[in-house]
Design a protein around this ligand. Structure first.
Ligand code: ADP
Length: 250
């Protein structure tokens, strides 16, 4: 699905990503682990078009996507989840889902003037889709709650839900488990597995919680000092001496 070839990202003289190469297989849930400062988030941001690489190449299904902006990648089905922006906190969870670009008929001026009826129909369809997503994620009871009022874990589910409003192929999730209680983390894990199995989503997940990684990810890729150290099952990674050294060294 994604091939990363010798990607570098420098901030001044600092090499946050220093020649990383990896493959993300279609249909996998790949875990990206490594000590703090390993360059995982920076690499994510390069792949997802948030940061241009200093050098190197990223391809998606054989097509060069290096440096493409996020909205173009979005249309290709490559999504990186983002925290719900503060401006959206006062909107309901359902409305947050309905706001995802690509689905809003009302934003098209032409339609606004010439086809009010069609807009109403599309809005109903969008609302139905949002409700379906909330149900899939087992948070249908939050449909009318303000997004700013729900818990951290529920917000994460909502972020995941936004990827379901469009036809995502590959979703990048950064620290899904941060500040999330165990029960909700399990719900998030189940939602990821279900999306992977039923909708064929490919995932790349940065996470520090090894139980979570072990439960949903295969393969696991370990980065340290801007490079990929090892790839394999979590057990293989845990037994890898370079990986152990990288973790102990921090
Ligand atoms: P990880 O996600 O593995 O913890 P990051 O990609 O966040 O690692 O960071 C890798 C290194 O790059 C860190 O030392 C961090 O301080 C540095 N870094 C990240 N973003 C920037 C930036 N915009 N400017 C300068 N240094 C940065």
């Amino acid at each position: 699905m994604i091939v990363v070839e010798d990607v570098h990202k420098h901030f001044g003289g600092f090499h946050a990503v220093d020649g990383a190469s990896l493959n993300i297989g279609a249909g996998t849930i790949t875990g990206l682990i490594g000590p703090n400062g390993a360059g995982k988030t920076t690499l994510f941001n390069v792949i997802a078009g948030v940061l241009p690489p200093t050098s190197g190449r990223v391809t998606m299904q054989g097509e060069d996507i290096t440096g493409l902006p996020p909205h173009e990648l979005f249309h290709k089905g490559l999504l990186r989840t983002f925290q719900i922006a503060h401006e959206f906190h006062s909107m309901s969870c359902r409305e947050n889902l309905m706001m995802v670009p690509g689905g809003q008929a009302g934003e098209r001026l032409w339609d606004t003037w010439f086809s009010r009826k069609r807009i109403a129909e599309e809005e109903r369809a969008l609302r139905a889709k949002a409700d379906e997503v909330l149900e899939f994620l087992t948070i249908e009871h939050l449909a009318d709650e303000k997004a700013g009022q729900v818990s951290g874990g529920q917000k994460k589910l909502l972020e995941l839900g936004r990827t379901m409003m469009v036809d995502a192929k590959i979703v990048f999730l950064d620290e899904v488990g941060a500040g999330v209680n165990r029960t909700l983390l399990n719900t998030i894990g189940d939602a990821i597995l279900k999306l992977n199995r039923e909708r064929n989503y490919t995932f790349v997940v940065i996470e520090h919680d090894m139980d979570f990684i072990g439960k949903i990810c295969d393969p696991v890729i370990c980065m340290a000092e801007g490079k990929v150290l090892a790839e394999g099952s979590l057990d293989e990674i845990k037994a890898n001496e370079q990986v152990i050294e990288a973790y102990l060294g921090t």
